[in-house]
Design a protein. Structure first.
Length: 146
């Protein structure tokens, strides 16, 4: 988990210049999840939103299947990822908790679908300086197939 300054989040040039891991951790996790699911449609993985409880910041979308998760870390045991997320977020925001929300794949890149899910705010692919889908596909090449 990373926390980046609001000035970076709101500046398309500075956001795009982030290292891949930080980019896909802070605002483009849903893009990476979409690219993963499209690359491996028969993997059994599905998108899951790690949604903070009301009043807390942070969102994270990961691909989950058979007890494993894929995100900017690569592959991990889903339980380990949740524990890691809880620990890191609690360092910044005492009392931080989350719930797990399954998402339709379309919500990852279709703003109208995302907005229909209470509290979900995801940037559309065209909101990025360049093509985040191509960047996500390139990032996936670093990891083996599921």
């Amino acid at each position: 988990m990373y926390v980046i300054p609001r000035a970076v989040q709101e500046n398309p040039v500075r956001r795009w210049a982030l290292p891949d891991r930080v980019f896909f951790a802070c605002g483009a996790c849903h893009i990476l999840t979409w690219a993963f699911l499209k690359a491996y449609p028969k993997s059994g993985f599905v998108p899951v939103w790690i949604k903070p409880t009301p009043g807390f910041p942070g969102n994270h979308v990961v691909a989950v299947g058979n007890g494993r998760a894929f995100d900017y870390h690569g592959y991990s045991r889903f339980g380990d990822l949740l524990h890691h997320t809880q620990e890191k977020a609690s360092r910044w925001w005492e009392g931080w908790r989350f719930e797990l929300v399954p998402l339709p794949v379309e919500a990852l890149i279709e703003p109208t679908v995302a907005r229909s899910i209470s509290g979900l705010q995801l940037l559309a692919p065209d909101a990025f300086l360049h093509d985040p889908l191509a960047r996500a596909r390139a990032f996936l090449q670093r990891f083996p197939e599921p």
